[in-house]
Ligand binder design. Structure first.
Ligand code: DI6
Ligand code: FE
Length: 403
């Protein structure tokens, strides 16, 4: 008969810290703060005065700032190849649309992704993942969407999950079969959506926690995206949508109508779209890296988001075509400089609101008893420093599940 040994882990306690709990509507700053954790869960986060005093392994933070581990809630981190050559062509005057029509763009990444094995995809994604981990990221969403056949979409989702076995990081895989029309469909996008909502979704449902689609003139129509959303719901999967990046098709209002976790990009969203998102509690995920890299000029309607009380998240959108960045810290700065977010909005955007965008608000994103002990400990004392610097990483230590 097997004996079960109870391994009792000693409590871990981080003391002498400035903690940004994110537990109120601001940063939830506590100057002389303590975080205690047991078995990977926070058991106390608050003022030193009220902290447990039992025996514990003590980590003296020497006044450093602790935030929740950062959350990158929108990435295409798994993909074959890169598109540096296309970028060089764009610098010589070619447009994104011209390159796409000439067989480049998303389809060139599709080819490279189809040619790659699952292992190749894991190995090529690891350096990008490590760059995010080095900045204190403890949770990352990763989309499929460059396979565009059932076998290749599944290969991408398996690679995304495999990354979570290679590193101490939580991975949330999203099925984005409706990202682009593969050339073998010769323009018949309805036939491709039949495949996405049928065979592909059924197979992807056990590997992904959410479903996304690219609602755009160069992607799929709102009617097609609605079919994708309905199929996702039928499989019990959460929904997200790329919406209003290049044009106003009101995909964000559509997403809200179906109770989507998030609508992402949103540069062209209208006041009514934002109002619908507020009613549904759909998070606005802003992607300043894509805005910057594409030299867009239409700003997302931040004032409307504030007025309607829509929660704002920030993410890298890491992808080879429009946002080849692996720095969530840089997105904090760009969210502030390009979109006019405040320090509080930017930092909540990569913690508590990013957790909500992934449907994980009960699990991560704030420093509160009961949540996973995912921490980023910074060599700064003022939270504004995390948003202010450009291309500087002050991470002191990253803790995932208390370790
Ligand atoms: N929006 C984007 O910015 C990327 N996908 C999407 O839906 C572009 C992807 C690419 O060009 O490879
Ligand atoms: Fe994206």
């Amino acid at each position: 008969m097997a004996h079960r040994r109870e391994t009792v882990q000693m409590e871990q306690r981080w003391t002498n810290a400035r903690i940004a709990t994110m537990a109120d509507d601001e940063l939830g700053l506590i100057d002389d703060g303590v975080i205690a954790a047991k078995d990977g869960r926070i058991v106390y986060a608050g003022p030193a005065g009220g902290a447990p005093t039992s025996e514990a392994h003590i980590h003296d933070c020497q006044g450093r700032l602790i935030t929740p581990g950062l959350i990158d809630c929108h990435t295409h981190l798994v993909h074959g190849g890169n598109r540096a050559n296309e970028w060089a062509m764009r610098l010589e005057g070619a447009t994104y649309e011209e390159i796409a029509r000439a067989g480049g763009g998303i389809v060139s990444t599709m080819r490279a992704t189809r040619e790659a094995s699952e292992d190749d995809l894991v190995e090529s994604a690891l350096p990008r993942l490590d760059a995010l981990i080095a900045e204190g990221v403890t949770t990352i969403e990763i989309k499929s969407g460059y396979g565009l056949s059932t076998a290749d979409e599944l290969k991408m989702l398996r690679a995304a999950r495999a990354l979570g076995r290679r590193r101490a990081i939580r991975i949330e895989p999203t099925f984005l079969g409706a990202h682009a029309l593969p050339p073998e469909y010769k323009g018949d996008s309805d036939a491709y959506i039949d495949l996405v909502v049928g065979e592909m979704m059924s197979a992807a449902a056990s590997l992904a926690t959410a479903v996304d689609a690219f609602c755009e003139g160069i992607g799929f129509s709102p009617a097609q995206c609605e079919r994708v959303i309905e199929a996702a719901k039928a499989h019990g999967l959460a929904v997200k949508l790329h919406a209003e990046q290049l044009s106003a098709l009101h995909g964000s209002a559509l997403a809200a109508k179906f109770g989507a976790l998030s609508a992402d990009h949103l540069e062209h969203a209208t006041d009514d779209d934002i109002g619908a998102m507020a009613v549904a509690g759909t998070v606005a995920v802003l992607l300043p890296g894509a805005y910057y890299f594409m030299r867009e000029t239409q700003l997302p309607p931040i004032a409307a988001m504030r007025r309607h009380g829509v929660r704002i998240a920030l993410a890298t959108d890491n992808n080879p075509g429009t946002s080849p960045t692996t720095s969530l810290l840089l997105m904090l700065n760009m969210g502030a400089t390009l979109f006019g977010l405040t320090v509080v909005e930017a930092l909540r955007g990569v913690t508590v609101n990013a957790a909500a965008a992934l449907g994980l608000a009960a699990e991560i994103g704030t420093l509160e008893a009961g949540k996973a002990c995912d921490l980023a400990i910074w060599d700064v004392t003022d939270p504004a420093e995390l948003v202010y610097r450009i291309g500087f990483n002050p991470l002191h230590q990253r803790i995932k599940d208390g370790q």
